[in-house]
Design a protein around this ligand. Structure first.
Ligand SMILES: Nc1ncnc2c1ncn2[C@@H]1O[C@H](COP(=O)(O)OP(=O)(O)OP(=O)(O)O)[C@@H](O)[C@H]1O
Length: 289
């Protein structure tokens, strides 16, 4: 594996030199490999959004460096626009940024700015729409005639159509109903599998992160509290609780069963995994499953 992103002693201070100075990210270092699916968690105000906005050049670090494929993204400030195509960012509530007169044009906007045209552009738009489950017949509609969930999909498709090497999503499922959340998350997982790109997902939902992330960055007051494999992070329940976070409910139930002497392996993260474990325990005991 090779590094796609290296964060070196990154710090960001809002309002530096004013009475309202606030250090939002504090001397954070980490390395992300190509193709990884990284979850980013932390209490409200821990610095997640500030951190990810530094990774695609939207915010310049107060100190420290972001290396993309080994090169400091600020080496040539004029090229920062290119960096934003390579590291695609889906903001919180991205649907507020739709503005074109058709969904197609909205999805195509970023990719066109990147320089895609003709067939390549058309393919990128249609593929992105497919990844997000937007039906073909919606492409000619006005984005303002779509439902909330469809608008969200169109906005995400617009970033996917730019074919970034790294896709960052800041709370992509916020405000969607449970079924909508589940479907969108599966589509992001599919996109990651099929395109092989690196994905960074910021979320308050431990359940979502447990289902999708290879590794998790845990932020606490702007510092990197932990950066480890998903199972390992959620095995440290007490440690997470101390900084205002919880393990997924299913992990907690399985940990309790284990503490009470049941033969449950550590690090169960999802309902499907839990069902498998319980099924094998019951079968061993000769009980019907
Ligand atoms: N524009 C700003 N000016 C001043 N302080 C800010 C600004 N934006 C964020 N902050 C502060 O910086 C810190 C980190 O904010 P940030 O939005 O990065 O956290 P977060 O982990 O993404 O929070 P949330 O989970 O609520 O989205 C917080 O203390 C916040 O109040």
């Amino acid at each position: 594996m090779s590094h796609i992103l290296e964060l070196k002693n990154l710090s960001f201070v809002y309002g530096q030199g004013t009475p309202f100075e606030k250090k939002a990210v504090d001397n954070l270092s980490a390395t992300i490999e190509k193709g990884e699916f990284i979850g980013i968690i932390g209490h409200t105000g821990s610095g997640k959004s500030t951190l990810v906005q530094m990774l695609n050049g939207l915010m310049k670090p107060t100190s420290g460096q972001v290396l993309l494929d080994g090169r400091d993204i600020w080496t040539e400030p004029k090229k920062i626009r290119e960096i934003r195509f390579r590291v695609g960012m889906v903001f919180q509530y991205p649907e507020y940024q739709l503005f074109e007169d058709t969904v197609y044009k909205d999805i195509a906007f970023g990719a066109k700015n990147k320089g895609l045209e003709g067939d390549a552009l058309d393919k990128a738009v249609r593929r992105a729409a497919e990844f997000t489950g937007l039906k073909e017949e919606l492409l000619d509609k006005s984005p303002f005639d779509l439902s909330g969930g469809e608008k969200r999909r169109a906005a995400i498709a617009g970033v996917m159509a730019m074919e970034p090497e790294v896709l960052i999503l800041d709370e992509p499922t916020a405000g969607l109903d449970p079924m909508g959340r589940e479907i969108l998350l599966s589509q992001i997982v599919n996109y990651h599998k099929e395109r092989g790109v690196t994905v960074l997902l910021v979320s308050h939902s431990m359940e979502d992160i447990a289902r999708v992330a290879d590794r998790i960055m845990v932020l606490n007051h702007g510092t990197l509290h932990d950066f480890d494999k998903t199972k390992s992070v959620f095995a440290k329940g007490d440690d997470l609780r101390k900084i205002g976070l919880k393990v997924p409910q299913i992990t907690r139930i399985m940990q309790t069963l284990r503490e009470r002497g049941t033969d449950v392996p550590d690090g169960v993260l999802t309902v499907d995994e839990a069902l498998e474990v319980l099924s094998s325990i019951l079968k061993k005991e000769g009980k019907i499953w």
